[in-house]
Design a protein around this ligand. Structure first.
Ligand SMILES: [Zn+2]
Length: 267
């Protein structure tokens, strides 16, 4: 709890102890930034408790198809050993030979959604090999958290996302980083008002001023925005201080800090 709000961080990455420092260094290089956390389950839980975060959604991204099932087993095991503190999302990969099997496997493991990162996994989000996955997620009511936006590449910007949203009209999509990292304004222009498109506010505040953040969040609306840190990138302490400075109403903060996530993931 912070400022009397129950807080869910809807976007956190964790890695096995052995590879965490390497994985964190690779992300730092990709975004030319310096991560706050260690990227391990223990460090995440400790940070959450220290900064008033009550629950966190954890995930990890496979960069090859053969990593998919072992990563999902790792996430599931971490969730199970954390006594309800975490909810897990599974990874998938477009080059998988058994997409349906992979998704059924992650559901059987108790994972509550799917995370994809087109810019790091190196595929366009409207890649035909993913259409099956969108279809299954839509049919099984499995929300999909997608890294969105990068002005350096053409993997996850609105031109790739909009056809998916138009085709899979019942698919619940969460566009990370306010719907478009580094293209905040144009992303919001493209997506605001779409019924099944939500956003998390992770990895955005460092790059935009509070006036822009408030404007972008207001255009999506408090029903569509979820608090998130992209741990290990940013500390929940700083991100929450910034978020509370934006001056939304109590009702709006309640939705964005936990209400929307509870609804989408049945928490
Ligand atoms: Zn992420």
């Amino acid at each position: 709890m912070k400022n009397n709000y129950y807080i869910i961080d809807t976007h956190c990455h964790i890695y096995p102890e052995k590879i965490a420092s390497k994985a964190v260094a690779a992300t730092d290089k990709f975004y030319d930034a310096k991560s706050f956390g260690k990227g391990t389950t223990a460090d995440l839980k400790e940070s959450c408790i220290r900064f008033g975060v009550d629950h966190a959604l954890v995930q990890s991204v496979a960069t090859t198809p053969h990593q998919v099932r072992s990563i999902n087993e790792f996430i599931s095991a971490e969730v199970k050993s954390a006594d309800g503190f975490f909810t897990g999302l599974g990874t998938i990969h477009p080059e998988s030979e058994d997409m349906k099997g992979d998704i059924e496997h992650l559901i059987a493991l108790g994972l509550k959604g799917v995370k994809i990162h087109p810019d790091i996994q190196r595929f366009k989000l409207d890649d035909y090999r993913l259409l099956k996955a969108y279809e299954i997620c839509e049919e099984k009511n499995l929300p999909i958290l997608i890294h969105t936006g990068d002005n350096r590449y053409d993997y996850s910007n609105p031109n790739r996302m909009l056809p998916i949203l138009e085709t899979y009209t019942k698919l619940t999509v969460i566009g990370a980083h306010l719907g478009g990292w580094s293209i905040w304004d144009s992303a919001c222009e493209s997506y605001a008002g779409l019924p099944n498109f939500y956003v998390d506010c992770s990895s955005s505040f460092y790059w935009i001023d509070k006036k822009t953040a408030k404007d972008v969040i207001s255009r999506y609306g408090a029903d569509k925005v979820m608090f998130a840190t992209d741990y290990p990138m940013w500390s929940a302490e700083k991100e929450l201080d910034y978020f509370f400075d934006l001056g939304f109403s109590q009702e709006e903060y309640t939705k964005m800090l936990s209400g929307n996530a509870k609804k989408l993931f049945n928490l």
